[in-house]
Design a protein around this ligand. Structure first.
Ligand SMILES: O=C(O)CCC(=O)N[C@@H](CCC(=O)O)C(=O)O
Ligand SMILES: [Zn+2]
Length: 348
């Protein structure tokens, strides 16, 4: 029996099966490729792939790759589904244990960012908060945390997590990554080189812990984690997948355990910013004073008012700052944007 039939029944691939089962509990299903690679469907949108014990893992690493944490961000989902289809077809040998995640099946099926709550604000145990109890995203965030903990227990060494997104607005920098804050941590050079290999030329260093998926895997699992913004939000079928080929090729290279290529033009310089301020919706008097159509990485001069409410007025400091993820529609208490500033030196 074809492995896709063993794993996904009549569905033609992982994504179709995930959307068909969206949100429904599915029994664990195990299968084995001809080369001995073990594939376990642990839940809807959750595959654990483990190479045969006698196969070398030259990069000595384990990977968690997630996409579709937001259901309207479809391009990374198509990229990941394509790589899974190649793997299951035996197109290349998996070298490293990998946990593959389609984050939010019901929201993916609906084509919405989320159903009841932004799942990427529910990690690091935030799903326990009473306001979220019983919500689909809270239950899913807990399931994903538990799956990642199990995976990290089995494969604790050299664990990387790439949580793949696309952005709501146009962006002056199409692809960029966000590195969760862990006090005293620096970005390892090999991770910077991987971002460039994947055609991601911009890196934002977060300034405090958060409740994002990448922040959870960093702070709880000790992973080298990144949120990776690969382009613009589009519905399924509307993505120009040529624009995502660089990331897909780089991720395939990692999955195959091949050595990293030399950094080469045009992707040979990583521009690094530091997050200097997280804009939160503070309540009824909150006003975000930027244009509705402002693009990510739009820069504002010193002294510009970015947001204000009845008691506070946030102005750009003594050097220019740019905005990322402006969103006046978020609920009270949630992120309405990030303010960033170029970082002078990444450090050794
Ligand atoms: O385009 C937007 O406004 C949001 C795009 C998106 O979903 N970004 C992630 C970033 C997560 C992080 O800060 O690491 C999010 O907002 O959850
Ligand atoms: Zn997202």
């Amino acid at each position: 029996m074809a492995i896709t039939t063993e794993l996904f029944g009549s569905a033609p691939d992982w994504l179709a099966h995930t959307l068909a089962d969206a949100g429904l509990p599915v029994a664990t299903k195990k299968a084995r490729l001809a080369d001995g690679t073990r594939i376990t469907r642990q839940a809807a949108g959750l595959l654990y792939a483990c190479p045969p014990a006698d196969r070398a893992n030259p990069n000595n690493e384990a990977l968690i790759v997630s996409a579709g944490v937001h259901g309207n961000e479809t391009a990374p989902v198509e990229v990941l589904n394509g790589l899974v289809t190649e793997l299951l077809a035996g197109r290349w040998p998996l070298a490293c244990p990998t946990l593959l995640i389609l984050g939010n099946p019901p929201a993916l099926k609906a084509g919405e960012r989320f159903s009841a709550a932004n799942m990427n604000r529910l990690f690091n145990g935030a799903y326990h908060q009473p306001a979220y109890r019983g919500l689909a995203e809270a239950e899913r965030a807990q399931l994903l945390e538990e799956a990642c903990r199990r995976f990290a227990t089995l494969h604790p060494d050299n664990l990387s997590h790439y949580d793949l997104h696309t952005a709501i607005r146009p962006s002056k920098r199409e692809k960029f990554a966000l590195y969760p804050f862990i006090k005293g941590r620096r970005v390892p050079r090999p991770q910077c080189r991987f971002l460039l290999e994947a055609e991601v030329e911009t890196l934002l260093l977060q300034h405090r812990e958060a409740t994002t998926f990448a922040s959870f895997s960093s702070s709880v699992l000790g992973a080298e984690s990144f949120t990776v913004e690969l382009g613009k939000v589009e519905p399924f079928g509307r993505n120009d997948l040529r624009r995502f080929r660089g990331f897909g090729d780089a991720l395939r290279r990692r999955l195959c355990g091949q050595p990293a290529p030399e950094v080469s033009p045009p992707f040979d310089h990583l521009t690094v910013f530091e997050v200097v301020h997280e804009i939160l919706n503070t309540g009824p008097s909150f006003r975000l004073r930027v244009p509705d159509d402002v693009a990510n990485f739009t820069e504002f001069a010193p002294g510009t008012v970015i947001w204000e409410d009845a008691t506070t007025c946030y102005r750009v400091g003594t050097s220019p700052e740019a905005i990322v993820f402006p969103n006046r529609e978020v609920p009270v208490g949630q992120r309405a944007g990030l303010m960033i500033r170029p970082l002078q030196q990444l450090g050794a």
